[in-house]
Ligand binder design. Sequence first.
Ligand code: PMP
Length: 307
Amino acid sequence: MPPTHLWLNGEIVPWPSATIHITDARSLTTVSSVYEGIRGYWNAEQRQLYVVRLPEHMRRFAGSMKVMRMQPAYSPADLVAATVELLRHLDLHEDTYIRPVATFLPRDDSWSGPDPTHLEIQIATASRPSSLGQERKLNVGISSWRRIEDNSMPPRVKANANYLSSRLVSAQAALDGYDGAIILNSDGSVAEGPWACVFAARDGRLITPSVTSNILESITRQTVIQVAREVLGVEVQERAVDRTELYLADELFFCGTGQELQPIVSVDRYTVGDGDVGPLTARLRGLYRDIVHGREPRYEEWLTPVY
Ligand code: PMP
């Protein structure tokens, strides 16, 4: 069942009324949308819905729109307020995924260049239970697809069109019998997964590709780096990562809003560490779970309580 309402261009409207005409579908199915993926976690004891790093997501959304030369009528603060208003209106009491999307509306001659202000901005929600309570262990492969690049399709911009690459990578990984994949850049260095950033632990240190490695500037990645340093006192290196460093890692995991924190136990059938969830991954996952559920006062400024 879809939610009863969504936010569209400044108003909360009934879900069924948010339709487009078939001739407008071009803007949705081609190249002109950017979006965000945000999570809200329901804390049953506190009867509170916490949205994780909402202002940061809306700032990244604004950045994606800027690079696309969109001129939205709403500031990141307006979109934060709109999200909270929508969630309150829906009176949600469950783990929720929140998806803002900005789309150019077509002009008669949309191929000659879009009108920067002729935009549709929507915020829609969907029920999406957390996987943080489950024990999933991923066997992944290095994809034969290469990562998209900053000078052609910037991964830093969260554009829907970028996810053609993710789709190709994920479909191939599934056909090859893997649970997921890690994508390399054209120079052979590690970029990220199709839907998440990647971390390796080696000799008690964490290593992750830098933000100039053709990755999305992931908010969860930033969260993990800060928590690892501040709470666990673990050194984190943001740098170019080689493929064989993944094979030799003691621990590996994906992180992202949707994927949360997922342990990887093999890469290209090389067992990572002892083939089980490593201690650093387990601690970070536990901390992340506490933080997003509002059980870690030190990081409560990362949460927007809805009620
Ligand atoms: N990389 C890619 C390609 C992604 O799609 C995502 C999910 N948004 C991430 C990384 C993780 O980003 P974030 O932590 O901001 O959700």
